[in-house]
Design a protein around this ligand. Structure first.
Ligand SMILES: Cc1cc2nc3c(=O)[nH]c(=O)nc-3n(C[C@H](O)[C@H](O)[C@H](O)COP(=O)(O)OP(=O)(O)OC[C@H]3O[C@@H](n4cnc5c(N)ncnc54)[C@H](O)[C@@H]3O)c2cc1C
Length: 462
């Protein structure tokens, strides 16, 4: 392993050695374990696998093994992931990298490494506790080294050392590292082509991975508002930088306009990398202020969310609230709530508020919700729930069930901001919310054309 240190050094703080050990001189390949970064280009984890393989004179194979119990995933999410698989296979081929697809109950990474006589495994990273536990388990069970790479952020998460208090605090700390880390991906070619052993089993990339999975959650149907895959993400990115970016500052807070990139489901599944998006925006023909506004969402807010989930194990419960918010919510816990809805009523969009119902229906029928509406939606869940703790759980449940980009640090951070005052400051004291920031329907009406938004969502359902 020591001979690889100079290669690791090129990746700076992205690299974590989870299991060390001697490299078998008779090994046949290097394995890239696809978990979060589901793409073949702009992927520092795959790049590291290729650099190591090239230095050892070995081929690289990307291994994708899917299971029905992937955290927070139902049929809707699996369909999106599935739509992206042919792109991973085709793009791996363009880089001379093999691709093997398997599914439960034949998805074992450990068995695959034994079958292929792998020298080592390179994996990606994300901060959610379930997938982190899988990486820990793999490190214990593998008999070869396991290295993971923080591939889905501009600035490696661990460089910031601890939980960051707010966007204002993290912004300059991230910027300090742009010179080193906001650079074009290398995408090296694998020098040795992958020739699979004759009997090695792989499903075709367009195989229906969910067929006959008894344990799959089929309660939420796929949507046709988004089509998964790196190539579709690149098409949306091109469309965004050429037609929407210049207007982003004026339109991104107006839910009745299609003014944002809609890339969150692709970033969420790692089908597109943040570097590709950031560099396309930097190079676009658009005012600098528009670029800055967008990059602030993509980098500051997104990486604040990843930092939060990485460093705060309480990320999906009200317990993550800062002290001032805990105190104020507790003080107001016995306030009379004029309206209380059950989780079921909220889920069925059966409230008295047409704007809120439209937002919930957008989540159900489009698998996505506009950012302004997500804030309003979560704030109202706090207002109409018996307690902040129940509100938090309801928001997490609905968010992760219906949104294609659910089960993501951005979701936990967004809910924490809306319900638990996270990353925000105290505002004016009022019933139920205390000093946690409030949002109202009349204020929304002043900001944008709520009727047009409601009509648009209705037409989605026709
Ligand atoms: C209550 C609540 C729940 C949310 N749930 C999710 C979720 O489950 N998954 C998710 O990806 N985002 C979530 N967000 C954040 C944000 O609403 C979405 O990322 C954004 O609406 C996605 O649309 P877009 O890709 O068109 O965004 P754009 O405006 O085009 O922004 C580009 C990218 O920047 C990032 N980004 C934008 N806004 C934010 C933000 N406020 N916080 C963190 N990152 C941001 C996203 O990765 C986004 O794709 C939530 C926000 C709130 C308030």
């Amino acid at each position: 392993m020591d001979r690889l240190n100079s290669i690791f050094a090129r990746y700076g703080d992205r690299v974590t050695v989870r299991r060390t050990g001697a490299l078998d001189p008779n090994a046949h390949c290097v394995v890239y374990w696809v978990l979060h970064a589901q793409r073949a280009f702009d992927n520092p984890a795959l790049d590291l696998a290729v650099d190591i393989a090239n230095s050892l004179g070995l081929p690289v194979v990307a291994f994708f093994g899917l299971v029905p119990y992937y955290p927070k995933a139902n049929l809707r999410h699996f369909r999106f992931v599935q739509q992206g698989i042919p792109d991973i296979a085709a793009d791996c081929a363009r880089r001379n990298i093999g691709f093997v697809l398997r599914r439960y109950p034949e998805e074992s990474l450990i068995n695959f490494c034994i079958e292929t006589s792998a020298a080592l495994v390179v994996g990606d990273e994300d901060p959610l506790r379930e997938t982190e536990a899988w990486r820990d388990k793999a490190a214990k069970k593998l008999r070869i080294p396991l290295i993971t790479v923080d591939a889905d952020v501009i600035v490696p998460t661990r460089l910031l050392l601890k939980e960051q208090y707010s966007a204002r605090i993290i912004r300059p700390r991230l910027r300090r590292h742009f010179e080193q880390y906001l650079v074009a991906p290398a995408n090296p070619m694998a020098r040795v082509p992958w020739n699979p052993p004759p009997a090695l089993h792989s499903l075709s990339p367009d195989f229906d991975i969910t067929a006959n999975w008894r344990d799959l959650d089929t309660s939420v149907q796929p949507v046709d508002t988004f089509r998964g895959g790196t190539h579709e993400a690149l098409r949306l990115l091109r469309e965004f930088v050429t037609t929407k970016l210049a207007l982003y500052p004026r339109r991104h807070n107006r839910p009745e306009y299609d003014g944002t990139s809609r890339l969150s489901p692709y970033l969420n599944r790692g089908q597109i990398g943040p570097h590709t998006v950031a560099l396309a925006v930097q190079q676009a023909d658009a005012p600098q202020s528009a670029k800055d506004d967008f990059l602030d969402q993509l980098i500051t807010w997104r990486e604040l969310a990843i930092n939060f989930v990485h460093f705060n194990p309480l990320y999906d419960s009200i317990e993550c609230a800062p002290n001032w918010a805990h105190r104020t919510l507790a003080t107001h816990s016995r306030d009379r709530r004029p309206v209380v809805y059950s989780r079921d009523q909220l889920e069925q969009a059966e409230t008295h508020d047409a704007l809120w119902n439209a937002a919930q229906r957008q989540g159900i029928h489009a698998g996505w919700m506009h950012n302004y509406m997500r804030m309003y939606w979560a704030k109202k869940i706090l207002e109409w729930s018996p307690s902040p703790a129940v509100a938090y759980q309801t928001a997490v449940y609905l968010n992760d069930k219906y949104f294609l980009d659910g089960g993501d640090p951005n979701g936990y951070a967004g809910i924490a901001w809306s319900i638990a005052g996270k990353f925000d400051r105290p505002w004016f004291d009022r019933p139920v919310f205390g000093t946690v920031r409030y949002m109202s329907g009349p204020a929304a009406e002043k900001k944008f054309d709520t009727h047009r938004y409601i009509e648009q969502v209705s037409s989605l359902m026709e």
